[in-house]
Design a protein around this ligand. Structure first.
Ligand code: SF4
Length: 445
């Protein structure tokens, strides 16, 4: 191993927060084996792309990037190129046949095996492992915080998903649902507080179905949150992503009693039409979703709600689309991630439904959804004018070195002139202006 110790690894991450958290696991496994992590691709001996398959666009980006990386390989023939993450298993065979550029292909459950795969490359072979696991949670691996601001950190609490929404590739690329041992999550949270971090974001495809056993004790997500909230009053807690069918009253009451659990829930609805929700196999109706939203607003006043919307799903009619717009207007989401339906191979929708909404109709509907959400986000920020929020300082504002940026409990970015306080500290900020994405304010005592 000594001969390898100076080898530098450059990790490039695509897609969701889960992938960023995974890249920190990859960095930890490899630094444990003597590799160094570099942020300069030019000085890398090994380039690893951690990929996403959620939409075709994400995969096209990676394929384009591989063509660019081919140039580095020409200049540095010993360069090792690896592809990790959700694309690994999904297009392994294509990649191996077409992409002679690749030396390593490793799926989301194979990161412990990376040192062995790199050894295989050293001895002139390719390293491939895309096996999915029923147990793997990397619970004993302390992530190496990549590109961290030293204030907020991700903690992956579970892996995989078994909801099988008909459009989604995740159950096939990340495997069965498994929750990490609660004690290891508590330990990691305590260590982060000790290192000066003041915010953790708990990650999972559907954190609400978190389940862990401690002897006869069953720890669900509400109890896990309660435990983390009891670690230190300076530690803020966020989490993503929630599935609307698993938002329990117990969870909402737990959030309500702990001010350090942030007042921001990401609750993907995807569509406002029951016909479409049923074909998506989302397992809730429009009415059930709205009932949860009403309960959230009653139990946790002032809670921000964000969502995901898919426009143009199979057989979506104009009436279905209008139902999505009317649901958005009724809920008044604070912000949303909005995309056109992108058919993913292997998914139930690809096998049983037709991607039959014409592209121009999909685009027109998506434009209307985005247009409406921009109005809703603007209104949401407008309502914050004159209000005072507790903001956790994360660092300098991108636009001005004389300003700090941070976020309030509702996960809104707040920018304000620098004060004596610094990153990792809380300040009270009064909002006097806003843009569609940011609140502008001044600190008050
Ligand atoms: S809940 Fe549905 S959309 Fe989310 S990861 Fe699981 S299968 Fe995919």
């Amino acid at each position: 191993m000594d001969s390898l110790s100076s080898k530098k690894i450059y990790i490039e991450t695509y897609g969701c927060q889960m992938n960023f958290s995974d890249s920190e696991i990859v960095a930890s496994v490899l630094t444990e084996h003597g590799y160094l992590i570099t942020r300069a691709i030019q000085s890398a001996d090994i380039i690893l792309l951690n990929t996403c398959s959620i939409r075709d666009h994400a995969e096209q980006r990676v394929k384009k990037r591989l063509q660019q990386i081919r140039v580095f390989k020409k200049k540095k023939p010993d360069l090792t190129i690896g592809l990790l993450g959700c694309m690994a298993d999904r297009i392994k065979n294509v990649l191996l046949e077409e992409e002679h550029l690749l030396d390593i292909i490793a799926g989301p459950d194979a990161y412990r095996d990376l040192p062995r795969l790199l050894d295989q490359v050293e001895s002139g072979q390719r390293g491939v492992n895309t096996l999915l696991s029923l147990e793997e949670t990397y619970a004993d691996i302390t992530p190496v915080r990549l590109g961290s601001n030293g204030v907020s950190a991700y903690i992956s609490i579970m892996r995989g998903c078994e909801n099988y929404c008909s459009y989604c590739v995740v159950p096939f690329t990340r495997g069965r649902e498994r929750s990490r041992d609660a004690r290891s999550i508590i330990r990691e949270s305590q260590e982060l507080v000790g290192q000066g971090f003041r915010e953790v974001t708990l990650l999972g495809q559907n954190v609400n179905s978190y389940r862990s056993n401690e002897g006869n004790d069953k720890i669900n997500f509400a109890r896990l949150l309660d435990r983390i909230a009891s670690i230190n009053p300076l530690l803020r807690i966020r989490f993503a992503t929630s599935h609307p069918k698993d938002i329990s009253d117990e969870l909402l009451e737990t959030i309500a009693i702990h001010p350090t659990i942030c007042r921001a829930l990401h609750l993907p609805v995807q569509s406002g039409s029951n016909r479409v929700l049923s074909r998506m196999n989302r397992k809730y109706t429009r009415e059930e979703y709205l009932e949860r939203v009403e309960t959230i607003r009653n139990v946790i006043p002032g809670c921000a709600i964000s969502t995901d919307i898919i426009s143009g799903f199979c057989d979506e009619t104009e009436e279905d689309h209008q139902e999505t717009l009317s649901l958005m207007a009724q809920v008044k989401f604070d912000y949303a991630f909005m995309f056109n339906y992108s058919e993913r191979p292997m998914t139930p929708a690809a096998k049983t439904l037709k991607d039959n909404v014409p592209r121009e109709v999909k685009e027109r509907r998506l434009t209307e959804v985005i247009g409406l959400q921009q109005k809703l986000s603007f209104e949401s920020n407008k309502q914050d004018l004159g209000r005072v929020f507790e903001v956790l300082i994360e660092g300098n504002s991108k636009r001005s070195a004389d300003h700090f940026m941070g976020r309030n409990s509702q996960n809104k970015v707040v920018v304000f002139p620098k004060t004596t306080a610094g990153p990792g500290e809380y300040v009270q900020v009064k909002v006097f202006s806003f843009t569609s994405a940011t609140l502008l304010g001044e600190t008050v005592q």
